[in-house]
Design a protein around this ligand. Sequence first.
Ligand code: GCW
Length: 851
Amino acid sequence: MLAGAAVRALGAVDEVRRPADPQAAWLTYSSVDAHHVFPVGTSVPDTMLMLGVSEIEASARDELQLGLRLMLHRVLRVAASADSLQANDVLVVGTEEEIAEWKPSLKIAKPLGPEGFRLRRVVAGKKTWLIVEGADERGVLYGAFALLRLIAEERSLAGLNVVEAPSAPVRWTNEWDNPDGSIERGYAGRSIFFDQGAVRGDISRIAGYARLLASVGINGCTINNVNADAKLLQAENLREIARVSAIFRTYGVRLSLAIDMSSPQSIGGLTTFDPLAPEVVAWWKEKIDEIYSVIPNFGGVVIKADSEGRPGPSQYGRTPAEAANVLARALKPHGGVVLYRGFVYNHHLDWKDAKADRARAGYDNFHELDGKFDDNVIVQIKHGPIDFQVREPGSPLFAGLQKTNEAIELQITQEYTGQQRHLVYLVPMWKEALDTDMRASAKTPSRVQDIVTGKTFGQAGGGFVGVANVGLDDYWLGHPLALANLYGFGRLAWDPALTSATIVDEWTRLTFGNDPQVRSVIDSMQLNSWHIYEEYTGPLGAGTLTDIIGIHYGPGIESSERNGWGQWHRADQDGVGMDRTVATGTGYIGQYPAALAAKYESLKTCPDELLLFMHHVPYDYRLHSGKTVIQHIYDTHYAGAAAAAAQVGAWESLEDKIPERTYFEVLRRLRYQAGHAVVWRDAVAEWFHETSGVDDHLERVDKHPNRIEAEAMELTGYAPVAVMPWETASEGRAVVCKGLGGCSASSTFARPDGWYDVAVQYFDLRNGASRFTLQVNGTAIDEWTADDVLPSDKMDGHTATRHVVSGVALHKGDTIRVIGAPEGEEPAPLDYLEITSSSASRPVRARVAAR
Ligand code: GCW
């Protein structure tokens, strides 16, 4: 069918993307050099022929018009119909069917895969057609975004001929948003969907988000927390959610909901939620029918049950398959699916039991159910067997289900990887999981990516789920560079064979342009970032050594032990690591197919980076690298902290090339990260030093010649206190100011005259904004407010913060003083000063004094 005359205004898209607006993320559409895109002999189209009129194709049209206008300064005329078409250079947009109907000679025999597209340039006499052809409407939209990406990257379109289709049908994000507007494990502000118990009045951010999702091929979004609030299924809420769905629909994104298994009882008024009770089956069927009556393109449901205290079928002796199938049968007539999460485990394990192992749970709970799930059920499996730690092996459950659709769950929100305060590009980590060869089949490839895309076992109904947790923050995820993770998730779901380097380079070019220096600096910062973070946090597969039973952010090495949550590393005076071997341990390794199990079981072949996940070894055990485990822990933590510090300088080299606001947003975070990496380094290294009793060969750990402990300074008003956990403060102690008027800590500088950097280590609690002033001989050389909102109101590994004043001229005998003025419930807590020879050499001492 040919497009009618009506052209939808550009308004909708324009509003989302004001120039230099961070909300445009990677869809900035900066000007490009048209000569690269349309080299001699080709020309920029001036007319667009829209062959379809659907909502989704209208989005494609708007996007192409916007992109060409901004990147190539070309305003495209939309041809009213093919008949009236006089122009020579035409951008033709439509589905395969529409194109074949328009010009049968352009039909290509081999059909595109579902949601796929073909981009080509066809010259016929005087006419040139640049064709965006989709297998279906979504394919058209994805093709439009792909063409715009090629233009943004200044690729030549002269010989354009690209055919693509997504790797799997499920390419969804999950958002852990609660109806009150908070987001579980969200680090970028409040929900774009909900507020005060219902859908937000102002839903203006949703179109912008749907557009970003569509631009990387994401076709589904679950808008509420898997710890689901049943009341979202009530009629009045469904009507509101339909408003969100209507926006999603124009970008081909199907809305879905996480559900609470006990809903038939909690909101349905039944006396049971036993999934097999006839009245419960009927209730779900009716509820699902009702959902489709208000949300016709509803995608399906996500279920977290029998996990972390959530109600589930086990209460009635029913299996996950029995529960999932009840929902699946209600959804089936409407084309909906069930994503049943494999994250089912007992969080009351006996930590004294050497055979207990949380990592076993996924496989133990689901393996036997293989073949019992309906074909519109997908088991959603976290990439590793525990919980998004900085390093985990691929979950053995991927190979444990061969007759069941599977989706891999990846976490975009950086719960255990620095919460968007630390730069961690996660794609390389996801790639390791996706590239893990499970060795499950002698005949077909069985990398995790082959399994979830149906290539290995022929279960092709699954795919990829990314826990995104975007918020109202202008940069969607808080850290401007963290958007590469959202982008990368979509690109990997589309094509898991893409490399981490290709993906990040695309993202950098789309976001910041094609300048080679910008690309090389940002690409390499991103590509190194996971390794750097791993180095200063959790070594050798031991897990992120964070506050495991709390907020999962700063160091808290012992928190994982002596409790039922099962994230144990089992470090004691003799050794470290979980023995998961079949021979002497929990037997977890035996859940992998034999060839892979053999590799992990043997110390000879187990890769160093997973050693402590698989084995318990003494501290003097030698790695393949030749180092002992303990020396590796020390060395990597020092290397990681140094590398984090170096990222600051790398970023500063781009000062003139990055939009100002983004430049400073990133710089602030990188500086903070460099300081927090030192907190991590010292906490982990000193904890292991204390526990193992083994000294660092390089004599760094517990030796800080440039440090002046606050408790050793001359204190006025300040009083020493012990900090818990002890390893998060230098020497386990800090000073706090209880007097309202302020306190001070002074010391006489006893080293040679010179230029120095003065680092002030303090605690920035969330419930106060103390003022700090650094003085030399009574003159203020810097002052700042501890007003960050870090995730704790205590002095601990989450709040330990460093402020560096660089380039300070100090003379022997100078008095250095920190003045702390408490505010709110924050007593201006101070840990230490560290004074090192300066790399900078500019006199900043005069700066504040002159204010
Ligand atoms: O990683 C853990 C998180 C929980 C989360 C849970 C899950 C939504 O700490 O906050 O709950 O996983 O994935 O269900």
